[in-house]
Ligand binder design. Structure first.
Ligand code: 5AD
Ligand code: FES
Length: 345
């Protein structure tokens, strides 16, 4: 095995120069994929965990330059799901075998801490054997703590980019990388299983930025790491920018698996959007989670983070069946247990 991959896998001892080299060449790809798949199989066998994604609102007070549901996009048909509608998604999901529900939404002031806690405890009461994951953006410590106490034990918040300058080029001045990081460390401190991650190929991203992303993740030690290609949206300031590539995203999935053997790494919807079999390829490069959509079909098209997002026309049951076939064909096996992260430092 090439020394670079050996070092990456065995002691994470690659210096920044070597990491850059791995990121910039396709020379090691096949070897990287094979090594990553071996590590995922050693840690997780052929299991692929499924998480039911409920996109409960596309209202957002933020204005991130890359995101289709940003506040300034007036072409978005905004919606909010009620507690009852969210519970109906969970009921449907439970019957389909889901034991994790991921509530994702924009940063919508309507959903006060009280409302979020009420929704979370409502789900927790009805489905005590299920994990509840929140993906609702930046909050203060007390808010995060109240959601945790209400029963949410996992939280997803991508850092998006760990480079301050790059962060400023992707976000308006009202947002900061420092606050993002503060949130992530608060979440860890409270005891959440934390997921972070970044977009691959976002505008202005350099290889050095990606090295910073990997270094930041080494510092954070998240339980879950979600990455996907940046995909353009025409109603944003980045309209016309290039999309991230399948190739670089897969290379990074494999590198992440080698650097974080224990991690839960999804084969993301964005990966499936830039390539018809992107998610299957992600699984073969070390990913071990898929997150099919449980949102009501009427709202799916409206949660339009980027263009041509897949799975917007299918019922939850169709999505579940479709993914099951895809995962099996790729050589893996969907498991319906709660799918906690393995012990790690
Ligand atoms: N392309 C790809 N991913 C995007 N996200 C937001 N906008 C885009 C886009 N245009 C990702 C961000 C966010 C997650 C919910 O979706 O990384 O954290
Ligand atoms: Fe949703 Fe295929 S996974 S339709």
């Amino acid at each position: 095995m090439d020394k670079l991959i050996y070092d990456l896998k065995n002691n994470n001892s690659l210096d920044d120069g070597d990491l850059k080299c791995l990121l910039e060449t396709d020379m090691y790809d096949e070897e990287l994929y094979k090594a990553a798949d071996a590590v995922r199989r050693a840690n997780y066998g052929d299991s692929v965990y499924i998480r039911g994604l409920i996109e409960f609102t596309n209202y957002c007070k933020n204005d991130c330059y890359y995101c289709g549901i940003r506040r300034s996009n007036n072409n978005v048909d905004r919606y909010r799901l009620s507690k009852e509608e969210i519970l109906a998604c969970c009921e449907n999901g439970y019957i389909l075998g889901y034991r994790t529900f991921v509530l994702q939404g924009g940063e919508a002031p309507y959903y006060t801490d009280e409302r979020i806690c009420d929704i979370v405890s409502g789900i927790h009461k009805l489905y005590p054997d299920c994990a509840i994951t929140l993906s609702i953006g930046e909050k203060n410590y007390e808010s995060y703590k109240s959601f945790f106490d209400a029963g949410a034990k996992r939280f997803l918040l991508r850092h998006e980019t760990a480079d301050d300058e790059h962060y400023k080029r992707l976000h308006p001045e009202s947002m900061s990388l420092d606050n993002r990081k503060r949130c992530l460390f608060d979440l860890k401190d409270i005891g959440y299983q934390v997921g972070s991650g970044f977009m691959v190929g976002s505008p202005y991203q350099t290889t050095d930025n990606l090295v910073s992303d990997l270094r930041f993740l080494q510092e954070l030690k998240p339980d879950m790491i979600g990455i996907g290609p940046y995909i353009n949206h025409k109603d944003t300031p980045f309209a016309g920018e290039k999309n991230g590539t399948l190739e670089l995203t897969l290379r990074l999935v494999a590198i992440l698996r080698l650097m974080f053997p224990y991690a839960l790494i999804p084969a993301t919807t964005a990966l499936g959007t830039i390539s018809p079999n992107g998610r299957e390829l992600g699984l073969k490069c070390g990913a071990n989670v898929v997150m099919p959509n449980l949102s009501p079909v009427e709202t799916r098209k409206k949660y339009d983070l980027y263009e041509n997002k897949i799975c917007t026309g299918e019922e939850a049951a169709e999505c579940r069946g479709c993914l099951e076939r895809r995962v099996t064909l790729a050589g893996y096996n969907i498991v319906t247990d709660i799918g906690d992260v393995k012990e790690h430092a």
